[in-house]
Design a protein around this ligand. Structure first.
Ligand code: ADP
Ligand code: MG
Length: 694
């Protein structure tokens, strides 16, 4: 009997010690970067490049140029200028001319460089003493000869302790030589040709050691496209799966629609009508709705939420509205109660202030199905409540969107409820497409009629007295206001709110009725303060960003934000949404000590535009996606090579292509896509639960 000969191990799976020049010790260090096999190394993309293609002879340098200047050290000198003051000077020469470099109070250069050695100095050229060109504190690199890197684009990798750029260059070079030829391309050749994409081997050579900028561009295009295509395929497959889940179809007949609309004291705006139509279409289907409703503060999202919930109740099912805070839960409850006054809907608030007995009783009713609609914080509802027939869940995320978006409730039957997630922070399109591809999106752009809007002012320290004078005038006219204190540390929140309250009571707002609200108060006290404010008994509410989440007092028109530089754009905009909700024009004054360019841009943008979508886009560009999403909590899609929003065009292309592929071949079963399918499953099979794909 002959045994089948063992499968030869692909060099891609070999460990790093198999590479020349890498022993067990280095291999262990590299493992700390997640690099175990040759394949890992091939796909460890540079974080940046060192460009040696633009070398300028020293004689051609002019002041203002930012260059890497190459020459031989012809003079090197360290001199003391007094106690603890030291000057290091270096002169380099390249045959065509020379360049001087100076460093103050640091002498590492003396230890690093010898006379006669070749170096590259990177920095900005300026005119120094006696009109000679010089660089101040340039970066220094030692090189063996002027030719060493000339004309090359060198990769710069992310490192960890014990691993140098040289180590990685060596490892990548060897891995490319040993294993790149064994890679199987996941994209079939005709597809690549049609899309003008280079093969995987060329792409990997080009991304690590490009011959020129064009080579790098083509390599990057291929890899970025592939990464985004794989992501888009995974998301669209995930959607397919969600559509296989069962839910209860809730058809909104003309009769039901009429009954719901009669409850609203106003006509819906065109955008609200559109959103309602989209929601109604989703609800009518036998699989769960997963819809995101985006709309600036005050755009009227509540109506859409109520519509969806009433659709459930009309069919004899239950609905839940979950919000991030207790205050907001109270607020929504009162709004809904008013709206539903003329209906027979049984609405309940599950509040943190209920006594254990009340609570037990309420939970019993919900479980028995004698309550139709429940409002409460996400924490309470998710942990405690069992529903008899829950069919619609609305999650009002406000600005915290993305963190808890995947919250799931216990199922109340053999079906999944329909989900509507609402956010007042518009999510930029590229983020939607990479992080939330499984959600359908409705947008409220226009605002309900009769809004006066808000004027926003940046209040510099010397203008603060005038601002308070203005606030007093508005209060005397009968308006109310907020003063918002930044939330530096949770532990200090109470103290800083109380302190501000005292200061204002003694000084700028002496004689007016003020109250404080912060996260450290007992819910009952908080509620009392809020109620007094809503009733007009309290004129000014001093608070942290607690008011950000949905407080609605139309007579409150003056907002003062202290230390505005500490707030993000989205948050500032949320805060501003609290005023200007009624017949009166709102006024927002932002006090700020501006300490950075970024803060300046942020506050300037805030003063200049009231368009939440534009501000969100800007916030995203200034501070990145992590900031918007609360980062790590989100379990999806790290991108290794694509950069957003810059790569958006490729993202759009990948998305269209993914849809096209799946339209022909819903589970990617054709042999030509087998490798691509395996890659999709390897990367996203678990996080996106693609078990139906194979
Ligand atoms: P959001 O939750 O999007 O911040 P709300 O749903 O709280 O906004 O609505 C803000 C205010 O606008 C509420 O007072 C609401 O009654 C009012 N409103 C909503 N839709 C309309 C409409 N179509 N016409 C007039 N007023 C509306
Ligand atoms: Mg709201």
């Amino acid at each position: 009997m002959t045994r089948p000969s063992p499968q030869p191990v692909s060099p891609l799976r070999l460990g790093l010690e198999s590479l020349k020049g890498i022993g067990p010790y280095k291999a262990r260090q590299l493992a700390r970067l997640g690099l175990h096999t040759l394949q890992d190394v091939l796909f460890y993309f540079p974080r940046d490049y060192d460009d040696w293609t633009q070398q300028v002879p020293l004689s051609r340098l002019v002041p203002g140029m930012e260059v890497r200047a190459v020459g031989r050290v012809v003079d090197l000198d360290g001199r003391s200028l007094g106690p603890r003051r030291q000057l290091v000077t270096m002169v380099i020469h390249d045959g065509s001319g020379e360049l001087r470099a100076v460093w103050f109070n640091t002498d590492y250069v003396l230890r690093m460089v010898r006379h006669g050695q070749w170096v590259a100095l990177s920095g900005k050229v300026r005119t120094g003493r006696e009109g000679r060109l010089e660089m101040s504190h340039p970066r220094v690199e030692r090189i063996h000869s002027p030719e060493e890197h000339r004309g090359r684009i060198l990769p710069v990798y992310r490192l960890c302790q014990g691993v140098s750029q040289r180590d990685l260059h060596l490892a990548v070079r060897s891995a490319l030589a040993a294993a790149a030829g064994h890679l199987e391309d996941v994209l079939p050749e005709d597809f690549r040709r049609e899309k003008n994409l280079v093969g995987i081997e060329e792409a990997l050579h080009g991304i690590h050691f490009p011959e020129d900028h064009d080579h790098l561009r083509r390599a990057r295009h291929r890899l970025v496209y592939q990464e985004l295509l794989v992501l888009q395929l995974a998301m669209q497959l995930h959607r397919q799966r969600l559509q296989k889940e069962k839910s209860v179809p809730l058809e909104v007949t003309a009769k039901i629609d009429g009954r719901i609309r009669r409850l609203f004291p106003f006509e819906l705006t065109p955008d609200q009508n559109q959103a309602v139509a989209e929601v109604a279409a989703d609800l009518a289907r036998p699989f769960p709705m997963h819809r995101l409703l985006q709309g600036d503060v005050g755009s009227g999202k509540t109506v859409v939420a109520v519509y969806a919930m009433l659709a459930a109740v009309a069919h004899g099912y239950q609905a839940a509205l979950m919000v991030p805070t207790e205050i907001l839960a109270q607020q929504h409850y009162h709004t809904l109660r008013k709206l539903l006054r003329k209906s027979r809907v049984r609405l309940e608030l599950i509040s943190g202030t209920l006594s254990p007995k009340q609570r037990k009783e309420l939970l019993g009713h919900i479980k028995a199905g004698t309550v139709d609609m429940v409002v409460g914080t996400q924490a309470l509802i998710q942990n405690d409540v069992q529903f008899a027939r829950l069919a619609v869940v609305v999650i009002d995320e406000q600005h915290k969107f993305g963190v808890e978006q995947r919250a799931r409730l216990q199922r109340a039957g053999p079906w999944h409820p329909h989900y509507l997630v609402m956010t007042a922070t518009p999510i930029p399109r590229t983020l939607l497409m990479t992080q939330f591809g499984d959600l359908d999106v409705s947008v409220l752009r226009d605002k309900p009629p009769g809004r006066r809007g808000v004027r926003t002012y940046l209040v510099r320290p010397d203008q603060e007295a005038r601002w308070w004078q203005f606030v007093r005038k508005k209060l005397d006219q009968g308006r109310q206001g907020y003063v918002v204190v930044p939330r530096v540390e949770e532990s200090e929140e109470a103290a800083s709110v109380e302190e501000t309250l005292r200061r204002l009571q003694q000084d700028q707002l002496a004689g007016y009725r003020l109250a404080a609200v912060h996260g450290r108060m007992r819910p009952a006290d908080k509620q009392q303060a809020m109620e007094q404010f809503a009733a007009g008994e309290v004129q000014v509410l001093v608070c942290t960003t607690a008011i950000e989440v949905g407080v609605d007092v139309p007579n409150a028109t003056v907002l003062t934000i202290l230390e505005g530089q500490r707030f993000g754009l989205a948050q500032l905009h949320q805060l501003r949404g609290r005023i200007g909700r009624g017949r009166h024009l709102g006024h927002c004054g932002v006090f700020a000590r501006i300490e950075s360019e970024e803060a300046q841009q942020r506050l300037q943008a805030f003063v200049e535009t009231d368009d939440g979508f534009r501000l969100a886009e800007l916030d995203y560009r200034l501070r990145g996606p992590g900031h918007m999403l609360g980062t790590q909590q989100h379990g999806q899609a790290p991108l290794y090579i694509a950069r957003l929003p810059e790569d958006q065009p490729w993202l759009e292309e990948a998305r269209t292509d993914a849809a096209r592929l799946l339209a022909h071949d819903p589970l990617l079963q054709q042999p030509r896509w087998a490798k691509l399918r395996r890659l999709v499953l390897r990367r996203y099979g678990q996080v996106m639960d693609l078990s139906h794909v194979g």
